[in-house]
Design a binder for this molecule. Structure first.
Ligand code: HEC
Length: 130
């Protein structure tokens, strides 16, 4: 009997936590990003926090890359200000052949097209720490 209760409790907790995660992802995925004046702190950082920074920021810097502040990754290679189509970061989030797909496919779903457009607009506008 005790064991059954444990299983029920465990299942409940599992569902509660999974649900919670999904809600946060959906909330961020549903946000619209403006066509101009894209802000790093308001529009881009929440996406990176959710989908990138467990590996590129908060305690871990895979490939030596820290995405918590533009100061760390707007370097003329990972991000070329004004040139999204020449920025390695864009190739990775578009899952372009020959580059590591980010976030890694076994870890998470890709960014939404709205999020990719937002990142590109932010880079086009100068990749500012705004
Ligand atoms: C689960 C961990 C993980 C997550 C989440 C993740 N990355 Fe990565 N990232 C890596 C690893 C590992 C590498 C190195 C892969 C390689 O070189 O094959 C890497 C490499 C990169 C590179 C290439 C760096 C270089 O110098 O070539 C970029 C750009 C990048 N990630 C961006 C992102 C972005 C943007 C996100 C979120 C949308 C993200 N990553 C999410 C683990 C992760």
């Amino acid at each position: 009997m005790n064991r059954l209760l444990n299983i029920i409790l465990f299942t409940f907790l599992l569902i509660a936590f999974t649900d919670c995660d999904d809600t946060v992802v959906q909330e961020v995925d549903n946000r619209t990003i403006p066509d101009s004046n894209v802000s790093f702190s308001k529009n881009i950082s929440p996406i990176f926090e959710l989908k990138c920074n467990s590996c590129h920021g908060n305690g871990k810097t895979e490939a030596g890359l820290n995405l918590t502040s533009p100061a760390y990754f707007v370097d003329g290679i990972i991000v070329v200000p004004g040139e999204p189509d020449n920025s390695v970061l864009v190739w990775t989030i578009e899952w372009k052949a020959g580059f590591p797909s980010m976030p890694p496919p076994d870890y998470s779903v890709p960014l939404t097209s709205e999020q990719i457009r937002g990142v590109k607009t932010w880079i086009t506008e100068g990749a500012k720490d705004n």
